[in-house]
Design a protein. Structure first.
Length: 172
């Protein structure tokens, strides 16, 4: 009886040793860490280290979907002016006729610069190129129009009135 117990213990010890040995023997094949998973061995599933970098494209991480739109950087990069543009943490708005001049000459004072900025911002945000055409073709009776692209992480709304110009607002 005692001998039997000893052999069971011996078997157990051998088992534990084998398991440990096999564990040590895995020739790890590391899969690169991403923003959602640390470096993981393809063979044994062991993980190592922290999370990796986000894969950001057009302000959105392709892996986890987190938004990285920096409106302040876009404001600077697209040559915005405080006269016709307004920026905050979660919005950027452009107004082609900021003082709502009804006089035609005055109303066009900043339109060219503001329209050029809208075009740049659209492309910076990865919005479709047709959107700019839709914006400039908007009529007063269309009211406020919106665009929400799939996975772009940005919402756009705009309206046009001959007396107040084209007003475009980008929000997160
Ligand atoms: Zn492994
Ligand atoms: Zn990510």
């Amino acid at each position: 009886m005692k001998k039997h117990l000893l052999s069971i213990i011996a078997m157990l010890i051998i088992c534990v040793c084998m398991t440990l040995l096999v564990g040590c023997e895995c020739d790890h094949v590391w899969e690169t860490a991403t923003c959602t998973t640390p470096a993981t061995c393809k063979k044994c599933g062991k993980t190592e280290g922290g999370l990796g970098e986000h894969n950001i494209k057009n302000g959105v991480c392709l892996i986890c979907g987190k938004q990285f739109i920096n409106f302040f950087a876009i404001y600077e990069g697209c040559g915005c002016s405080s006269i016709w543009a307004e920026v905050g943490e979660d919005y950027l708005s452009i107004d082609t006729n900021p003082y709502d001049f009804s006089d035609e000459t005055l109303s066009m004072l900043w339109a060219e610069d503001a329209l050029a900025a809208i075009k740049k911002i659209n492309s910076e945000l990865g919005l479709p190129s047709y959107l700019y055409q839709e914006m400039v073709n908007t009529r007063a009776i269309d009211g406020r129009l919106t665009y929400t692209g799939p996975e772009r992480g940005v919402n756009v709304s705009w309206r046009f009135h001959p007396d107040s110009g084209l007003e475009v607002r980008y929000t997160k």
